[in-house]
Design a protein around this ligand. Structure first.
Ligand SMILES: Cc1cc2nc3c(=O)[nH]c(=O)nc-3n(C[C@H](O)[C@H](O)[C@H](O)COP(=O)(O)O)c2cc1C
Ligand SMILES: CC(C)CC(=O)C(=O)O
Length: 350
């Protein structure tokens, strides 16, 4: 199969997936303004290269919360991988391990986090958590992530309620098919009961404090878009901030993450790493985000398209394409490493 670009993977995924499942993966909230804005904002930024710097083959690796990523492109947490491919999260994790990058396993995974870890020895896994109103069950999830060897907890805070996704409403898609479930949500105390994922508007900073007391794992706060919240996150001892609008799937009209990034980086003041996801589709997008102060980015939908198109091989190819593009763009920018990128190399073009 001639998958030369991420776009080709999306086309193949669309051809293979049931239309309602494609819509679930691709779609977003409301008019999908934010979905489109994420990519469009990257396109409005230009990279201004440096020349004659005598740079060798560029170094792309970064260290993040004790995990080493050979390329600063992580796998964002996305739900329901077995809807895209029978091997589901197992395939994604093997591909992330082969690419030497971090996979953030979704709490809504269709393979239990321990089984994902077993399927991909050597994979660097982090676990994404929606704090549950039942504190005891939240603790169960944290212990499962710890037991699986996850190295960080990524706490998603942009979902006090589920976004209104009109494609899903139109398609009547609101549940997994019979043979699949959110395996992390099995309730040990009640045999085979699978709990629903509860999103709660009542969560507060106190829940973050409680989590910090519950575990020694570093906490990454995912879904920070306002600089005031970035400052509060530091007050509450988080280890990293992830600028994310959930790929446009929660509140529609949230600005593009790349446009929000500089203010969050300024608010963090170098105290913790800042990550970004949303609309990263090219190596040049990765460079723009790093130049504006992100330590690394994560990709959501591109990984799903690789998985749907060709399973583990497809995800490996998607991550490999991004790596090649990052190396190539760094060389063209005269950078010997990602650490040489700086804000002066990014210019708004329109
Ligand atoms: C199909 C799908 C499922 C997702 N599931 C989750 C999830 O379970 N937990 C979470 O924190 N974010 C979830 N997200 C959001 C992603 O982590 C990420 O923020 C977003 O996909 C980034 O944008 P991109 O798809 O443009 O790369 C999901 C996104 C998609 C597209
Ligand atoms: C099952 C959902 C809670 C997963 C999610 O976060 C999403 O679809 O964006």
């Amino acid at each position: 199969m001639g998958f030369g670009t991420l776009r080709a993977f999306e086309d193949e995924a669309r051809a293979r997936l049931e239309p309602a499942h494609y819509d679930y993966f691709a779609g977003g909230a409301g008019d999908e303004l934010t979905v489109r804005a994420n990519e469009a904002a990257f396109a409005r930024l230009g990279l201004v290269p440096r020349v004659l710097r005598g740079a060798a083959k560029p170094e792309t690796g970064v260290t993040l919360l004790g995990s080493r990523a050979a390329v600063p492109v992580l796998v964002a947490p996305t739900a329901f991988h077995r809807l895209a491919h029978p091997e589901g999260e197992r395939a994604t994790a093997r591909a992330a391990a082969a690419a030497e990058t971090v996979m953030i396993v979704s709490m809504a995974a269709t393979v239990a986090v321990g089984d994902v870890a077993d399927a991909a020895p050597g994979a660097d896994l982090w676990f994404q958590l929606y704090v549950q109103p039942d504190a005891a069950f939240t603790e169960t999830l944290v212990r499962r992530a710890e037991a699986a060897g996850c190295k960080a907890l990524v706490v998603t805070v942009d979902s006090p309620v589920m976004g209104l996704r009109e494609r899903d409403l139109r398609n009547g898609f609101h549940d997994l098919p019979e043979h699949l479930c959110c395996e992390n949500m099995r309730d040990g105390a009640h045999g085979d009961r699978v709990r629903p994922i509860v999103m709660s508007p009542e969560l507060s900073w106190e829940d973050i404090d409680r989590l910090r007391e519950m575990t020694a794992l570093p906490i990454v706060l995912k879904g920070v878009t306002h600089p005031a919240d970035a400052r509060l996150a530091l007050d509450h001892g988080v280890s990293a901030i992830m600028v994310s609008n959930h790929g446009g799937r929660q509140l529609d009209t949230v600005p593009a993450t790349i446009d929000l990034l500089p203010d969050i980086v300024a608010a963090a003041g170098g105290a913790v790493p800042v990550l970004l996801d949303g609309g990263v589709r090219r190596g040049t997008d990765v460079l723009k985000a790093l130049a504006l102060g992100a330590t690394a980015v994560a990709v959501g939908r591109p990984v799903i398209w690789g998985l749907a198109a060709d399973g583990e091989r497809g995800v490996t190819r998607v991550l490999g394409l991004l790596r090649t593009e990052v190396e190539h763009a760094l060389t063209l920018c005269g950078c010997a490493s990602v650490h040489e990128l700086e804000p002066g190399m990014v210019r708004r073009t329109c």
